[in-house]
Design a protein around this ligand. Structure first.
Ligand code: PLP
Length: 417
């Protein structure tokens, strides 16, 4: 039973979980413990089925247990699970990623988005010889000390203003700015790190001109622009957010999407910038499991299936869901905003689309998401257990699955009215 497992889990893991938002702390109640998953569904240990919009917070874009990914990982596992020596699949993976993202010439595979963002930051500092970092309130770049300040996602969901254990010195060079306003930069700034579509304070799209404005502001003072594409990369389209918005950063970081559910991340840039990385240059970064043979097998199987047709399907699915949610809440007279960029969407129970963290927090913390979340969960629809996350769809969320979701939302909307 979920409740029994949760009690046992709490004895041996903080909050009973291995990542805070899974604990249901911000919505209350007992988490469902997943037993298995296939296509758009997960089943918990009690045998209850849920239509899943968590999708591992992004990577399962082809649904759960995608047969090609499962086969690729199984075959790869039979050849050994880690070597500590280079493999052909790492080369194929890097070639494929560089071919898809205009301007990306060289990259390093790592094992998580946190590691990717942390390494990209070190690269930018090493390559510019400067220390200061600008990040935006409500953007989340993983849990490394330098970048945790004013973080979205789990940090916001737990209501944390900062993080114990991060010494002041670690954030002395981190300057937090409001999202969607181009900050004033000077020549001490090494890098401006941004989620090109904010997806960890709910979904907040960039205002027209914001990303272009950042590009110009960075160019003026010789700072680097870092796009954290852990969510948007290979999701918004083949070339991610930089292609979608037509703004080229100096450095990218990517994450979970390129692993199809296996632990992976990557950071990259032009050949010139990447030549700062050891063994070519003086910026050290390494990893025993980097470019892991199972992760690259899954990643290649994933990217192979992310065709133009797959992106068209993902976006059509997101539009169907967004339109359906807007309609049922409008009919019930409940204010709702469903921000959407391509296949990435979110939900706020408010009447005005938030443009920054302060506005997103007011909308997220009004308690309505909790009612929505539990109403949907009871009806067999799993959403992220916190209002600061996105709603993720996959290529196997069929029209029928979306319509069942909208029917459940109509019932919940009537309750919320
Ligand atoms: C934009 C962004 N950057 C970085 C991360 C950190 O990735 P990971 O959880 O794989 O360390 C996340 C995680 O959700 C993210 O959304």
């Amino acid at each position: 039973m979920n409740a029994d497992l949760f009690e046992r889990a709490k004895e041996v893991m903080p909050g009973g979980v291995n990542s805070p938002v899974r604990s249901f702390r911000s919505v209350g109640g007992t988490p469902y413990f997943v037993h298995t998953a296939e296509g758009p569904y997960v089943w918990d240990v009690e045998g209850k089925r849920y239509i899943d919009y968590v999708l591992s917070y992004g990577p399962c874009m082809l649904g759960h247990a995608n047969p090609q990914i499962v086969d690729a990982v199984s075959v790869a596992a039979g050849h050994g699970t880690s070597y500590g020596a280079p493999t052909e699949r790492e080369v194929l993976m890097a070639e494929e990623m560089c071919a898809r993202v205009p301007g990306l010439e060289m990259l390093r595979l790592v094992s998580s988005g946190t590691e990717a963002a942390m390494s990209a930051l070190r690269l930018a500092r090493g390559a510019t010889g400067r220390d200061n970092v600008i990040k935006f309130a409500g953007n989340y770049h993983g849990h490394s000390d330098n970048l945790l300040a004013a973080g979205g996602s789990g940090v916001a969901n737990q209501g944390l203003s900062g993080c114990d254990g991060v010494p002041d010195g670690a954030v002395a060079n981190t300057i937090v700015a409001p999202y969607n306003i181009v900050p004033e930069l000077d020549e001490t700034v090494a890098v401006v790190a941004v989620e090109p579509v904010a997806a960890n304070m709910g979904v907040v799209p960039p205002a027209p001109g914001f990303l272009q404005g950042l590009r110009e502001a960075c160019d003026k003072v010789g700072a680097m622009l870092l796009f954290d594409e852990v969510i948007t990369g290979f999701r918004l389209g083949r070339g991610g957010a930089s292609e979608w918005f037509g703004v080229k950063p100096d450095v990218w970081c990517f994450g979970k999407v390129i692993g199809g559910g296996l632990p992976v991340g990557a950071y990259g840039a032009s050949k010139e910038i990447m030549s700062s990385i050891a063994p070519l240059g003086g910026v050290y970064q390494g990893g025993t499991l980097s470019g892991n043979p199972l992760a690259t097998a899954a990643g290649l199987a994933m990217l192979e299936q992310l065709t133009d047709a797959a992106y068209a399907k993902l976006e059509a699915t997101a539009i169907r869901l967004a339109t359906g949610l807007e309609t049922v809440f409008a009919e019930a007279g409940v204010d709702v905003i469903v921000p959407r960029v391509g296949s990435l969407l979110g939900i706020f129970f408010t009447d005005t689309a938030p443009t920054n963290f302060d506005e997103a927090s007011v909308a997220a913390d009004n308690g309505k998401y909790t009612t929505f979340f539990h109403g949907m969960l009871e009806r067999g629809v799993a959403l992220a257990p916190g209002p600061y996350e996105a709603i993720f769809v996959s290529t196997v969320h069929t029209d029928e699955v979306i319509d069942a979701t909208i029917a459940a939302a109509a019932e919940v909307a009537a309750l919320m009215a």
